[in-house]
Design a protein around this ligand. Structure first.
Ligand code: ADP
Ligand code: MG
Length: 332
């Protein structure tokens, strides 16, 4: 059974950044308002994610590590999913390929911790923790040496982790995030304070968070987006075309709060910018598309960020049209 878990684990956890993505999503699903991440050696030696979310009861810790155990859906309708998680695979996968410890505390109860190593799970023990959940992943892929060979260098993996955190943080302005690299002493890589709500302009916290992540180049002159078509709501900000960045760091698309790298949406984004791009410049934008979960299938692949829309023509038209209108002042 351990071997099967290890094979399946590669599907969800391909590299340290995908482990970080899963752990961050769990923390967000738990309603965390602050999330602190620490890594060592590009995440291979250590990934620690600490949150102040709702926690897991001591008696439910073994279940959290069990394959296909999730508290987020009853399995009746996989299309109707609003939280990030629903497969109940991430923690089981990590427990299969690494040394994992999961400590948690539900308000008003005692804290407890469970540990696993290469798929073997130890009994629950009492722990000292004031609130929330701390997950530690050590020696990722020690149990699957073949997987280790595919990892890039430490710097590249650390960079991928930082990108993953930024991508999720861009959609969560009210959550505070930090990323620390403990490889050589302690280095604070990312610090994003929680934005406070703005009663005057509800778009302001998001703009401030985007500025904090993408920098001034984004927010100077960024144009707000807001449009609706057939139950699809598009919001976000279109920045001025930029020289500095490529698609991976300048074009961000979210579907129901979930970062995606979807070909249809990224293609529509570029099409919306088409006639305002001087040569050598790229679009810089963060688009948030929200719709009834019934209209979009996010189950295409557990780790890849692809989606399938019921009405893709409508979505494409909405994105291209909204961007073209917003960017009209820039047209020569
Ligand atoms: P999924 O997120 O798909 O449900 P996971 O394997 O990622 O599957 O997590 C299993 C379960 O463990 C979750 O359904 C949730 O109940 C619990 N859990 C995991 N991480 C956290 C966390 N940070 N805070 C609270 N509960 C958590
Ligand atoms: Mg999860």
């Amino acid at each position: 059974p351990h071997a099967i878990n290890r094979i399946a684990a590669g599907e969800v956890v391909e590299r340290p950044a995908s482990a970080v993505k899963e752990l961050l999503e769990n923390a967000l699903d738990a309603g965390a308002t602050r999330i602190d991440v620490a890594i060592r050696e590009g995440g291979r030696a250590l990934i620690r994610v600490e949150d102040d979310g709702c926690g897991i009861r001591a008696g439910e810790l073994p279940l959290a590590l069990a394959r296909h155990a999730t508290s987020k859906t009853d399995g009746a309708d996989l299309l109707d999913i609003r939280s990030f998680g629903f497969r109940g695979e991430a923690l089981a996968s990590l427990a299969a390929v690494a040394r994992l410890s999961l400590a948690s505390r539900v308000a008003g109860e005692e804290a407890a911790v469970i540990a696993a190593e290469g798929g073997r799970v130890a009994p629950v023990r009492p722990a000292a923790l004031s609130r929330g959940t701390v997950v530690e992943i050590r020696d990722l892929f020690f149990a699957t040496p073949a997987r280790l060979k595919f990892l890039r260098g430490e710097r590249a993996e650390a960079q991928a982790i930082a990108d993953t955190l930024r991508r999720l943080a861009m959609a969560e302005p009210f959550v505070a995030f930090t990323l620390r690299d403990l490889t050589d002493g302690e280095r604070l890589v990312i610090r994003l304070d929680a934005e406070s709500p703005d009663l005057g302009d509800p778009r302001e916290p998001l703009r401030r968070r985007l500025r904090a992540v993408l920098g001034r180049a984004f927010s100077d002159g960024a144009l707000p987006l807001e449009a609706e078509r057939d139950g699809h709501l598009l919001t976000g900000w279109a920045g001025l075309p930029t020289e500095a960045r490529g698609a991976a760091t300048a074009q961000h698309v979210y579907v129901n709060g979930r970062p995606v790298r979807d070909r249809l949406l990224l293609g529509a984004l570029r099409a919306g910018y088409m006639d305002v791009l001087a040569s050598g410049r790229h679009p810089m934008a963060a688009l948030f598309l929200d719709c009834d979960p019934q209209r979009v299938d996010v189950n295409v692949h557990p780790a890849k960020a692809e989606v399938r829309f019921r009405d893709s023509d409508c979505v494409r038209g909405l994105v291209v049209g909204t961007l073209r209108r917003a960017l009209a002042p820039l047209r020569p």
